[in-house]
Design a protein around this ligand. Structure first.
Ligand code: GDP
Length: 297
């Protein structure tokens, strides 16, 4: 497995205490360890380079060089840099659902956890924010996906838009928004159809649904365990849809959080929540400090 960055850096600085100022060589080996550790945590190479450039001036600064415990100082600098790059505290603002009914559109590849996350969000909005929630599946290609969402709605105790066969996704979106207006719902969550690859039809269909439903939030759901692919997915979706945020699923898996850092850095989009399990309560509000700690190890 991985060597925790904290251990790696302690190794570099071990024995230096009391020897006085750090040499340039000490600093460059520390930066090298940071680079390797981030790459091992599955952070994209470009993002690693950018990060190193950003922290370098601080890491070679006077306060570190003259410090009694340079290792700990550098770890703090790396930690603070990671927190900042992950969006700091600014991201923990939840969803923008002020207008009624507020549309939340869920986008993402098939298998990313979109439908499961739709159920989790519905549950959270209902139980924690006391919202009246309607959910609708726009996946006309997979009747099983529509059924899955209906069952999830029953499980979490929210309403699902009745299934009408033969309708196009854009028409379902329109029907869902109208039903939400008429039924006095606060929030309507649209679970769009995903594909296994980033194909044009999925993108243009999602763009059309966004045009019709004017979402307050357009969220990309991505599987954190797919690492670099998840970053590419986020980049491509963000080019076509005006995404407002990300939700990373399978954060209960082995991932070190590198995908989170890469996706935040590449897209500039806030990570709103993390999926942490298959059950409907497996959703956590994103916390930059916690992920920074996980990357540091
Ligand atoms: P969709 O095709 O994007 O709608 O994906 P689904 O919601 O059907 O999810 C695909 C699989 O991933 C299912 O077996 C889910 O139970 C599972 N899944 C979704 N989110 C998470 C998560 O956060 N953690 C884990 N461990 N499994 C998840």
């Amino acid at each position: 497995m991985f060597d925790a960055l904290t251990d790696r850096l302690s190794g570099v600085f071990e024995g230096l205490t009391g020897k006085g100022a750090l040499s340039e060589k000490d600093v460059s080996s520390a930066l090298r360890e940071i680079r390797v550790a981030l790459l091992e945590a599955d952070v994209a190479l470009d993002v690693v380079k950018k990060f190193i450039e950003e922290i370098k001036p601080k890491a070679v600064g006077e306060s570190v060089i003259r410090s009694v415990k340079p290792g700990q100082q550098v770890i703090k600098i790396v930690n603070d840099g990671l927190v900042e790059m992950l969006g700091g505290n600014e991201d923990a603002k939840g969803l923008r659902i002020d207008n009624i009914p507020a549309v939340i559109m869920m986008a993402g590849l098939q298998g990313s956890g979109k439908t499961t996350t739709t159920g989790k969000l519905a549950r959270r909005l209902k139980t924690q924010e006391r919202k009246k929630v309607l959910i609708a599946s726009l996946d006309v290609y997979r009747p099983a996906a529509m059924q899955q969402l209906k069952i999830l709605a029953e499980q979490v105790g929210v309403d699902a838009l009745p299934i009408v066969e033969g309708q196009l996704p854009a028409d379902i979106a329109k029907r869902a928004v109208n039903a939400a207006k008429l039924g006095g719902y606060d929030v309507v969550i649209l679970d769009t159809a995903g594909r296994t690859t980033l194909d044009e039809q999925m993108m243009s269909e999602a763009a059309r649904v966004a045009e019709i439903s004017n979402p307050a939030e357009t969220i990309l759901v991505a599987d954190a365990l797919t690492g670099q692919d998840a970053v590419e997915t986020a980049r491509r979706f963000n080019e076509r849809l005006k995404l407002t945020g990300l939700i990373l699923t399978r954060m209960d898996g082995d991932g070190r959080g590198g995908a989170a850092l890469s996706m935040r850095a590449v897209t500039g989009l806030p990570i709103k929540f993390l999926g942490t399990g298959e059950k409907s309560d497996g959703l956590e509000v994103f916390d930059a400090h916690r992920i920074a700690g996980r990357i540091l190890g």
